[in-house]
Design a protein around this ligand. Structure first.
Ligand code: ARG
Length: 570
């Protein structure tokens, strides 16, 4: 939609200045101050060639555009070095009508740029036997939002769970189960018991280092296919997946494919052989490594001295699988910033293996959560913040707010869940993912602040206006709306498709979250400044309701992209 008015503007400018339309489009900006119109063209780049001062050029260009008398324009103004374009409400309205109201609401703002291409997105990917912590929340919700964004751009999406289901810890767990299993009630509390074993093993191993050796030996048996240990391992995986599924259901997360680390077991040898053939494998203190001296990185470990394979080896094999077998065009890893070095090494090794697609693998890193008085969270020490507790607490806070503010709300338990979970997701996606997030309960569920509930509430407000109006709402505007609040609301609605495009291009869902807040604020100004249902003329009422409907459609769509529900009452 925004592209349309940009093209229109560029066509006009092209008639006056000596520059191609495409080049002009790239220069057009959105003025910060809404009173400066909907688009601004900076003239600084013309100054040298025209040998005039920018304000003079801007004034000349503005007056020449004015004299074109283009029917789409209300006015053109020169403000210092900028030419500001104010469009007629009719043009903005017909753009929103075409781009929002006449579209399938489930695909509003979508593009076809990714058609025929596949994106594989590795996200959530927890480690068996460990509870999902608040840290996994980020890998889960950022990943799901990027899956949703990729779909809006027309890509085929494979959301993939690289479950942590292999490694020496499974030897330790199996050993712990064989020796201490009878102390726990696996029947009643399978996952809690598994995790308790895990915590106990690490606690006891601090005093008795020989336990690590026993764990390693048991893992060796697992790698060799020992039936008893393999059965135990399978059972541990099963217990864990059931546990995770509850949380994924609560968050509305759905993976298309589970390819845990163990999936690559029989692909590791072939991978090593390629490395060998390419002359990349070197011995170092009994282990096999790929040296990355030139890249100023520590060597990438491929095989340990005891023959055990490593996390990195699996990631090399998994990248080959995704690119060559799943035929991905883009391979994304939504994983915390603490694994940056790991991914740099893996991608560098793929580069050295001469895979032309190595450049299409990207680590989508994110920062950590910070709670007051709680350092970095580690599952091993057992002082972890469980994701489930955080979600439950949020739902409970919302439940209490609803009980106080809207005790007769139908389906209130379902709404409390939608709003409580939505609050946690929105808070996570509100900030640029690379930054750490300070977690503050007051902000998370603040119905009036920059929060999920605030956006959901704005959606409810639109919805209830539509219910009160009762009549069908047109997908065209029957009368021009020209107040600053209405023009601003139209301008924001018009930028939705562009926001989706940019959010995917940079893999930054926070652009969508911030857009939604802008939209809600603009809607709030409109709602408070203007009478909607009892405006003076029926055409104005109808037009304003069309604007309300466009807002409702875009809010619901944007929340959907973030994987947040849009209730119709709360
Ligand atoms: N299981 C890992 C963790 O929880 C994340 C896996 C990410 N994906 C990958 N291909 N390495 O830290």
């Amino acid at each position: 939609m925004l592209a349309q008015i940009k093209n229109k503007t560029a066509q006009l400018l092209e008639k006056i200045i000596d520059r191609e339309e495409g080049g002009i489009v790239a220069l057009l900006e959105r003025p910060r101050d809404p009173s400066h119109g909907q688009l601004a063209f900076p003239v600084f780049s013309l100054a040298k060639k025209m040998r005039k001062a920018p304000p003079q050029i801007a004034a000349d260009v503005a007056s020449q555009i004015e004299s074109l008398n283009d029917p789409h324009l209300a006015k053109v103004q020169a403000v210092s070095g900028f030419v500001n374009f104010h469009f007629r409400p009719e043009f903005l309205q017909s753009t929103v009508s075409q781009g929002v109201l006449k579209q399938d609401p489930a695909r509003v703002g979508w593009s076809k740029q990714g058609q025929g291409k596949r994106v594989v997105i590795d996200y959530s990917s927890p480690n068996v036997a460990k509870p999902m912590s608040i840290g996994h929340l980020r890998a889960t919700v950022i990943g799901q939002a990027i899956c949703n964004l990729a779909r809006t751009q027309g890509f085929e999406v494979t959301g993939l769970n690289h479950l942590g289901d292999w490694g020496v810890q499974f030897g330790k767990l199996a050993w712990a189960f064989e020796n201490w299993g009878q102390d726990y009630d696996f029947q009643a509390k399978p996952f809690e018991s598994l995790y308790a074993l895990y915590v106990r093993f690490h606690a006891e191993a601090e005093a008795r280092p020989e336990l690590d050796q026993l764990g390693a030996e048991t893992f060796k048996r697992l790698e060799e296919g020992d039936k008893k240990i393999t059965d135990l391992w399978r059972w541990f995986v099963d217990i864990s997946l059931k546990e995770y599924q509850r949380l994924w259901d609560l968050l509305g997360v759905h993976h298309d494919l589970v390819r845990g680390e163990s999936f690559y077991n029989d692909r590791l040898k072939p991978t090593e052989q390629i490395l060998e053939k390419k002359g990349l494998l070197e011995e170092s203190e009994g282990a096999m490594v790929v040296r990355l001296d030139e890249e100023e990185m520590p060597p990438c470990l491929i095989r340990k001295s005891d023959g055990a394979s490593l996390y990195a080896t699996r990631d090399i094999a998994s990248a080959i699988y995704r690119m060559e077998e799943l035929k991905a065009d883009l391979n994304l890893y939504v994983v915390g910033v603490d694994q940056s070095l790991h991914f740099k090494q893996v991608f560098e090794v793929l580069e050295k293996m001469d895979y032309p697609w190595a450049k299409d693998c990207h680590h989508i890193a994110f920062g950590m959560y910070r709670f007051k008085d709680q350092g970095k969270m580690s599952t091993r020490r057992g002082n972890v913040i469980f994701l489930e507790d955080v979600l439950e607490k949020s739902i409970d806070l919302v439940r209490k707010i609803i009980a106080k503010k809207n005790p007769d709300l139908p389906d209130s338990e379902k709404v409390a869940q939608q709003v409580g979970v939505g609050a946690i997701i929105f808070n996570d996606l509100l900030y640029d993912r690379v930054k750490n997030v300070d977690f503050d309960w007051e902000k998370v569920v603040d119905f009036e602040g920059d929060s999920g509930p605030y956006v959901q509430y704005c959606h409810v407000r639109c919805w209830s206006l539509m219910q009160k109006y009762g009549a069908p709402i047109g997908d065209e505007f029957v009368a021009p709306l020209d107040s600053p609040e209405e023009i601003e609301l139209l301008r924001i609605l018009m930028s939705y498709d562009e926001v989706l495009r940019m959010a995917f291009a940079s893999f930054k869902p926070h652009l969508v979250a911030n857009f939604l807040l802008d939209l809600c604020r603009a809607f709030g100004h409109f709602y408070h400044q203007h009478r909607i249902l009892n405006a003076s003329q029926p055409e104005i009422v109808a037009s304003r309701m069309t604007l309300v409907r466009a807002t409702q459609v875009v809010l619901k769509s944007g929340l959907g992209v973030l994987n947040i529900e849009a209730p119709t009452a709360m």
